[in-house]
Design a protein around this ligand. Structure first.
Ligand SMILES: [Zn+2]
Length: 116
């Protein structure tokens, strides 16, 4: 997500609330949504079937209850209170970070037919 502070645009992770320090890898989704590598790591380890319908912060798709996703719990103070990432976006980010030569990241989710 973004906010303006002293006329400057500050980019921060929707899921951890941490401002981008120009070092920590982050990936942008729709409408300025952002997930940091640190948040992705948590998302992969803690994604679970959601008990309620939700809209993914990253891709804006709507999902029914029972779909796998992750939202920060507890929610960090500066995070987006509606932050939730669907399993597809988690997989896509996992692959994208692994392909980025500037990012020290090995895929945590095994490739399959869809996410090779
Ligand atoms: Zn998504």
């Amino acid at each position: 997500m973004q906010r303006t502070e002293d006329g400057m645009i500050v980019i921060s992770c929707d899921f951890t609330g941490e401002d981008w320090d120009e070092v920590q890898p982050m990936i942008e989704g729709h409408q300025g949504s952002i997930i940091s590598l640190k948040a992705l790591d948590l998302a992969i380890d803690h994604a679970s079937e959601q008990t309620e319908k939700f809209t993914c912060t990253m891709c804006l798709r709507h999902f029914a209850a029972g779909e796998r996703a992750w939202k920060p719990d507890p929610l960090p103070a500066n995070a987006n209170p509606k932050a939730v990432i669907c399993w597809d976006c988690i997989r896509q980010a996992d692959r994208s970070f692994a392909r980025d030569e500037d990012t020290d990241w090995d895929r945590k989710i095994a490739p399959d037919d869809r996410w090779s």
